[in-house]
Design a protein around this ligand. Sequence first.
Ligand code: 6GU
Length: 226
Amino acid sequence: MKIHIISVVPELLESPFSHSIMKRAAEKGLLQVTVHQLRKWAVNEYGMVDDYQFGGGAGMVMMCEPLINAIEELNAEHKFDEIIYLTPDGEKFHQGIANTLSLKNSILFICGHYKGIDQRVRDHFITKEISIGDYVLSGGELAAAVIVDAVGRLIPGVLNDETSALFDSFQDNLLAPPVYTRPEDFRGWKVPPVLLSGDHKKISEWRHEQSLARTQEKRPDLLNKD
Ligand code: 6GU
């Protein structure tokens, strides 16, 4: 999968894809992330990409021209399946969106800043608008990092044990069960005996019960979803 990101602060996206699972995905050639500095398409030599909003009011708006020139130039080369604008007023991100996006070949993300981007870019170029939750970030970059991580780990071959994503929290609207590792007894706090029993059927039933109980307690809203 090829992911391109347009940002005025590309430095914010240097680290998130350079470690751990995302790093391995890149090394295996399964995920390629390219971050573009929007100022490369600035309207003047001072790197101008934003301007005051019509109608007045505090805060700058990201201009049509740099964004559209960037989008058109990159899209001509890469033919994106989706052009996604990251914005607090977008659809709230969840595992189902991550699953859908993990099947795409190429995605372009646009990170907003200030008061957002000129509405005409949204009307004519954006195919999807996503928020990562009901709070306001100073820009879309951290949201892009969250989404690329959630999507990238679902690409077949990225996780070592490919089945492990199937048992993540949220894949079936259930939270994951508790997990334990050695030692069996730490300060008198013991691992549930069923996990040491070697009985895989019983273990699997116990995990399912724990998942249900945990979801009922912490996120009952998930149990009423389809
Ligand atoms: Cl995608 N962008 C910004 N600026 N704030 C957010 C967000 C996105 N999602 C939640 N808050």
